[in-house]
Design a protein. Structure first.
Length: 268
């Protein structure tokens, strides 16, 4: 099978059928080598998140990420992912300038980027877009709760839907996103009880990040959970490794061996 193929063994049908049967594992990845390592470990889904704006490009938030950035990283990930499903984030404004632009941009992430699905932030206000993209044959993942592309409206990255009204609205949005055709739904930074209620109310799987343990799956930013950064990390992150420390230690050893002449060793 060619490396360019989008025909990965993990399909939307498999993901849907995992609800209630097996938890779904999802992590972000942004390049070929990391995608290869994550895929090899047996992940179900890789998200080429627009969090690449933070992690790969050093921006403060995801509003600076473009379609061109997403295509560049999605192509790279798709070449490394042989088994899992590759989901690409629709970046800021890529689905807000009309249905035509939205379908065109989603289509580019599939046909050029070689993703298997796209993810977009929002509820009832984007349902027309979700339906149009789905009708074009492109699987869509929804995203509710903390929607980081709206950070300038939300005023920060805190837990969302804390009032009864906001919780009711989120449940209504979740049902609308499902009805519009999404095959799964990311729930970011909402109370665990609400995430459970949404999970129980939908027939499509939910994938949580900072949304408790009752979702049908979990997602984290790869660099957060591998411990690549030792400065600020969100409170819902667990570091499963300390890769950042290892990298600095390896590079430090290299520098000192270059400086003191012990590397390279001359072969006779
Ligand atoms: N590296 C990284 N990890 C992420 O999880 C992530 C990104 N980048 N970029 C896109 C969004 C933004 N997300 C974020 C960003 C910050 C917090 C955060 O700082 N949360 C605080 C609470 C902040 C508050 O209450 O105002 C926390 O302690 O969890 C959470 C999620 C999740 N996503
Ligand atoms: C945090 C996840 C859900 C995301 O959207 C991203 O990594 O961009
Ligand atoms: Mg995102």
């Amino acid at each position: 099978m060619s490396k360019q193929t989008t025909n990965k063994p993990i399909t939307t049908k498999i993901i849907k059928n995992m609800k209630g049967a097996e938890k779904i594992s999802m992590l972000t990845a942004y390049d070929y080598s990391m995608a290869k390592l994550v895929d090899r470990a047996g992940i179900d889904m890789i998200l080429v998140g627009d969090s690449l704006g933070n992690v790969m490009l050093g921006f403060d938030n995801t509003t600076h990420v473009t379609m061109s950035d997403m295509l560049h990283h999605t192509k790279s990930v798709a070449r490394g992912a042989e088994h899992c499903m590759v989901v690409a984030d629709m970046p800021f404004l890529s689905c807000h300038l009309g249905v035509y632009e939205a379908v065109k941009n989603a289509g580019a992430l599939i046909s050029e980027g070689n993703a298997g699905a796209v993810k977009l932030e929002g509820g009832t206000e984007v349902c027309e877009i979700i339906k149009a993209i789905t009708d074009a044959g492109i699987p869509v993942v929804g995203h509710l709760g903390l929607t980081p592309q709206s950070v300038n409206q939300l005023g920060g990255f805190g837990v969302q839907a804390k009032t009864q009204d906001a919780a009711d609205k989120l449940l209504e949005d979740a049902k609308a996103v499902e009805a519009a055709g999404a095959f799964c739904l990311v729930l970011e930074c909402i109370p665990a009880e609400l995430a459970k209620k949404v999970t129980d109310s939908l027939s499509i799987p939910t994938i949580g990040i900072g949304a408790g343990s009752d979702c049908d799956g979990q997602v984290l930013v790869l660099h957060d959970m591998l411990g690549m950064f030792d400065d600020y990390i969100p409170s819902f992150v667990k570091q499963f490794a300390q890769v950042g420390k290892e990298i600095t230690a390896g590079v430090t050893s290299y520098i000192s061996e270059v400086k003191n002449g012990s590397f390279p060793v001359l072969k006779k």
